[in-house]
Every structure is written in C-alpha cells, then in structure tokens.
Design a binder for this molecule. Structure first.
Ligand code: SAM
Length: 287
C-alpha cells in the first residue's frame, strides 16, 4: 500500500467527488429520518495543504485552490455551497490550508442522530483517522480491508444513507473490484445511494467498466465525469468519474450546470468538459 491521499487532497477529482457527496447528503437531510454515511476507503479525514507532501505535487492548487475566491452564477453557487461552506469552515479567509477529506465533509454536514462509518486500511492513515474522530460517538472508525468492510456494514440499520467507495487504483483489477462492490452494495442495500469513484486515463478502459456495470442489470446508474484534459492524455489523469447508484432525483439537473462550470474553472488544457450519462434506468443526457 503505497498510495497516500495527502499528495492528491483537494485536487480536481476531490472537488467533483466531495461536491457530489455534499449534495447527496443535503438531499437526505430533506427528510427528518436519520441516515448513515459509509466511507470504505476513507483516508485520514483531514489534510494539511501546507505540508511538504501536499506541496510536493501542489495538486490542490488546480483544484480547490481555483474555486474559493470565484463568484459563480447563483445556480452554481447554490450547488457548490454545501461543499465549499465546509471547506471555508475549516479555514479562515479565502486561503485554504486545511482540507477536509470525505469523512470530515460528511461529518460536518450530518445532523444529530445521523451516523458515520469510516474505514481505512493503511496503518498510519488509519491512526490519523482515529485521532480525528477520537471523541465522536456518532462516528465509528474501522481499519480493515474496504471491500470486506462494505459487506460487513451493509445494510445500515437506518435503511437510508450513502456509501462512498473511493479506492486508490494502485493495483490492477480495481475496476473489476468496483463492479463487484457495486453488486454487493446493491444486493445488501438496494435503496441506498452508492458513489463509486474512478480515474480516467484511457476511456476504453472506462467503457469496458460501464459494460460490466450495466451487465449487473441494476437500475438507476448515473455517470458524472469531469475532464480537465482531452480523454487520451498519455500517462496523466485526464478526468475523474463517479458512478452513482440511486442518485437523488435533483442531482442530474444540478450536475448539468455544475460540470461545465467545473470544467472551465479547472481546465488544464483545451478539451476540458463534463459528461453526464444514465447507464441504466433514466434517459441519456450529456452536458
Ligand atoms: N475517500 C477519501 C477522501 O475523499 O477524502 C480519499 C481516499 S483515497 C482515494 C483511498 C484510500 O484508500 C487511501 O487512504 C488508502 O490508504 C486506502 N486504501 C487502500 N487500500 C485499501 C483497502 N484495501 N481497504 C481500505 N482502504 C484502503
């Protein structure tokens, strides 16, 4: 296990993933009934962007670093508000030094009575994660394999909630494990919203992932992708994708305006764009 999220925290992929996570949580809050957020590959929970490791790549500068002092149109600002308000709450002024990862973003948005389960397998990162949530009775920290954790914690007793599956993609076979994870999550928690993250380097690999996901026969699968470069960018991450099972019905419309905005703000080369596609269950659209 070599992957450490500190090198990537706050980059363009985190921006899309965390903005969507925040929107899904806000949607769950429209009803009083409590919910649970489950994060199978959680990282450390909080990242110091001034640290040597974060400075080494500086990826956050082309992600969250480009967003905080912008004034987008009202519709976009409203869609980004749940996410950016958490980031602002962790920092003072428009300078971002502390970046909350998915566990802390979820925790900041939860209400009394909602629960969080976070899992991290890297021993050092798991220890940091435990410290972040040490005195928090609403959060359970697990330190096992994320794919085993997924099966162990589903379904949540609230029968409402979100599962974030955000593996590091450092070993071959991760797309296959994502498909298996999707199948397992749906089998145990068919009504839950499941967000699966994937990197896009070669779109042919991603298309084969779609085919395997569609072959599961699961309804309501929405794909949201953000390209900061043209799709066939040798070696570099061209884009980031989320496959979302059971997205809230409001999410597609929000992403239809948010994705082009993020593409224009976070572009690294000509050809940046956003893409929305229903793989199963709803109409086919793109932005
Ligand atoms: N979800 C985090 C966020 O958005 O802030 C980022 C997670 S990072 C992309 C992936 C994490 O998975 C890393 O912290 C890595 O140590 C951890 N990891 C790697 N293999 C794992 C496994 N088999 N089970 C659980 N966690 C694992």
């Amino acid at each position: 296990m070599n992957y450490r999220h500190i090198y990537h925290a706050g980059n363009f992929a985190d921006v899309l993933k965390h903005a969507v996570l925040a929107l899904v949580i806000e949607h769950l809050k429209l009803k009083d009934a409590p919910f649970r957020v489950i994060d199978t590959h959680a990282g450390t929970g909080r990242y110091d962007l001034a640290s040597e490791k974060a400075q080494k790549t500086g990826e956050w500068r082309d992600g969250i670093g480009r967003l905080l002092d912008d004034t987008p149109p009202a519709e976009i600002a409203a869609s980004l508000a749940p996410y950016l308000d958490v980031i602002r709450g962790e920092n003072s002024g428009s300078e971002v030094r502390s970046y909350p990862g998915s566990p802390l973003i979820a925790r900041r948005l939860m209400r009394r009575g909602d629960r969080l389960v976070v899992n991290e397998a890297h021993p050092e990162d798991a220890a940091t994660l435990k410290e972040v949530f040490a005195k928090d009775p609403a959060t359970k920290v697990l330190t096992i394999d994320g794919w085993s954790a997924l099966k162990a914690v589903l379904p949540p007793k609230e029968r409402r909630g979100i599962v974030l599956i955000d593996p590091p993609f450092e070993e071959p076979g991760e797309f296959q494990r994502l498909v298996e994870g999707l199948e397992a999550a749906h089998r145990r928690f068919a009504t839950g919203t499941v967000i699966l993250w994937y990197p896009i380097k070669d779109v042919r690999v991603v298309q084969s992932f779609y085919r395997e996901a569609v072959a599961l026969g699961i309804p309501k699968l929405l794909v949201a992708e953000l390209f900061v470069r043209p799709p066939y960018s040798e070696g570099e991450l061209a884009g980031t994708g989320l496959l979302i099972l059971n997205p809230p019905f409001t999410l597609e419309a929000k992403l239809a305006s948010l994705l082009p905005y993020l593409a224009s703000k976070l572009a690294r080369a000509q050809g940046a764009n956003g893409r929305l596609e229903w793989l199963a269950g709803e109409r086919v659209t793109s932005s």
